[in-house]
Ligand binder design. Structure first.
Ligand SMILES: Nc1nc2c(ncn2[C@@H]2O[C@H](COP(=O)(O)OP(=O)(O)O)[C@@H](O)[C@H]2O)c(=O)[nH]1
Ligand SMILES: [Mg+2]
Length: 324
């Protein structure tokens, strides 16, 4: 059973030693622990520091590509390395690496495919009220979209089984955490939560520079992921509302046609026009829903093919594939 711990890093020379020193050396049930450092175009001595502390596996972006792409590329590399379980932590020593054994426990026991650490953000002193509010609000929106009940949707301390990693296909350039959570929920992966206490803050978050920017970018990711999996829910609801709005003036027009002598009088024509316009738009929305649903079905087949291809390319791994 092999565990690969991925650490995406953008200029983390100062804090990386603490992360590497606190990495567990032995975990019961795991034969091999390997660290994969994803260097996202660092201009400092991140790589040298990692080598000094014994890291042997690197995935290097020659220029900065952002955390989401770092995660996507890292996930594939970890599969290639033969990981049975993949853990993600950060280079700023925000997360307690010594909790990794607890984080992977539900996967080892076959009870979960994905484990998400709950930072219990409402209790973190250095989080501003605004940041706490946005964390709570973002988590609520994600839970609505994914149909889950996760306490901390954007936590970056997670564990994945090989099976889960083979099936995840993140595509967004922002918000990999929310995107993969929605994917996991729709693919029926079992999720587990581990409450943790984060380490004291060593530097400002670079991801979370502006709350509004974060909300804007995450909203795009959540809406896109939602439309990907349940397009009819959106297009049929919009179509239904427009249909009702359009039917009201049309019924009005019909009643006037029957009851008045001059049904095509100047005022009645407006009802006909407005009603028809709304009904046409509602039919366009229904049609879009049908097309989007057909594309969704296609996507399921493409994803199955992708999984098959990844299995052929990376293998099934050694430990977690159990025969009943
Ligand atoms: N901000 C940022 N972090 C990156 C990037 N690529 C990789 N990382 C790493 O991703 C992790 C998360 O970044 P951090 O600033 O701590 O944001 P947080 O999510 O608010 O904790 C750190 O380990 C970074 O070194 C990037 O393009 N931008
Ligand atoms: Mg951080």
């Amino acid at each position: 059973m092999k565990l690969v711990v991925m650490i995406p890093c953008l200029n983390e020379e100062a804090t990386l030693p603490l992360v590497l020193k606190s990495m567990p050396k032995k975990i019961s049930g795991i034969d091999k622990i390997e660290i994969l450092l994803i260097d996202d175009g660092s201009t400092d001595k991140t790589i040298e520091v990692a080598k000094k502390y014994g890291v042997k596996h690197f995935l290097i972006h020659t220029a900065n590509q952002g955390l989401s792409r770092s995660f996507r590329h890292g996930l594939n590399r970890a599969l290639e390395m033969g990981a049975d379980i993949i853990v993600l932590t950060e280079g700023d020593n925000q997360y307690p690496q010594d909790r990794i054994p607890d984080l992977i426990k539900p996967i080892l026991e076959g009870k979960a495919d994905t484990v998400i650490a709950d930072r219990q953000t409402q209790t973190i002193n250095h989080f501003s009220r605004r940041k706490k509010f946005f964390q709570k609000f973002g988590t609520m929106v994600l839970n609505l979209a994914a149909g889950t009940n996760i306490p901390d949707a954007i936590s970056g301390f997670r564990a994945y089984s090989r099976q889960a990693a083979l099936q995840l296909n993140p595509i967004a350039d922002y918000s990999w955490a929310t995107e993969t959570t929605i994917q996991a929920a729709h693919k029926g992966h079992a999720l587990a939560i581990l409450p943790i206490t984060t380490n004291p803050k060593l530097r400002e978050s670079r991801q979370f520079k502006s709350s509004w920017e974060h909300i804007r970018k995450s909203s795009v990711t959540i809406i896109r992921a939602f439309i990907m999996y349940r397009p009819y829910a959106l297009f049929f609801s919009v179509g239904g509302v427009l249909l009702v709005i359009g039917l009201i003036p049309l019924i009005n027009f019909t009643i006037l046609t029957i009851t008045t002598k001059n049904p095509f009088g100047p005022h009645h024509l407006q009802s006909l026009l407005i009603g028809s316009m709304f009904i046409i738009i509602s039919f366009v929305s229904f049609a879009l829903g049908v097309i989007a649903d057909l594309i969704r079905i296609n996507r399921i087949m493409t994803e199955d093919l992708l999984e098959l291809q990844k299995r052929q390319l990376y293998g099934d791994g050694g430990g977690l594939v159990k025969e009943p």
